[in-house]
Ligand binder design. Structure first.
Ligand code: ZN
Length: 162
């Protein structure tokens, strides 16, 4: 990988980090992230569902940014995963966080809904899932499932202005 590529990746990551701060602020302005199907979609991107091993930076950033809005309880780990129960402090919906290290470079976390206590108000999730920071790992899903887009398209999708 050449230097320019690394810098561009870094730039994309920082742009998405800033965008997700804005998105999370929107979620909690007068509600919570649980009401937004696109949040559930992005936080739940799981390489295991695609039979491969990768990190989705959007997923990682999204989970990191909403963490302080949930009460977290550690669960018994399985052979391959650490597990936590995440209960939304606003609506009481319950999610499960799974964390596993597939390789030294793939350290993936995923947040999936277990029991929702609130009706969705956000726009519907779409396929392919648009990402700008994107994926990093050992193998990737097809473009019909997850697709790289520019920052503007991702902003519209996540801020639900499309
Ligand atoms: Zn909630």
């Amino acid at each position: 990988m050449d230097k320019e590529t690394i810098e561009k990746r870094q730039e994309r990551y920082l742009q998405v980090e800033k965008l997700i701060d804005e998105v999370v602020e929107m979620y909690y302005k007068d509600g919570c992230a649980c009401q937004h199907p696109r949040f559930i979609q992005i936080a739940g991107i799981d390489c295991v569902d695609y039979n491969t091993a990768f990190v989705s930076w959007e997923t990682e950033l999204m989970i990191g940014r909403v963490g302080n809005q949930f009460s977290v309880k550690k669960l018994e780990p399985t052979e391959s995963e650490y597990l936590e129960e995440w209960c939304c402090d606003h609506c009481g919906s319950v999610f499960q966080l799974s964390w596993s290290e597939f390789s030294p470079i793939v350290d993936r976390r995923v947040l999936k809904p277990i029991k929702m206590n609130i009706e969705p108000i956000g726009k519907e999730a779409q396929l392919p899932i648009p990402l700008h920071a994107g994926l990093y790992g050992h193998g990737y899903p097809s473009r019909s499932e997850i697709s790289g887009v520019d920052l503007d398209s991702l902003s519209k999708y996540l801020l639900e202005n499309d």
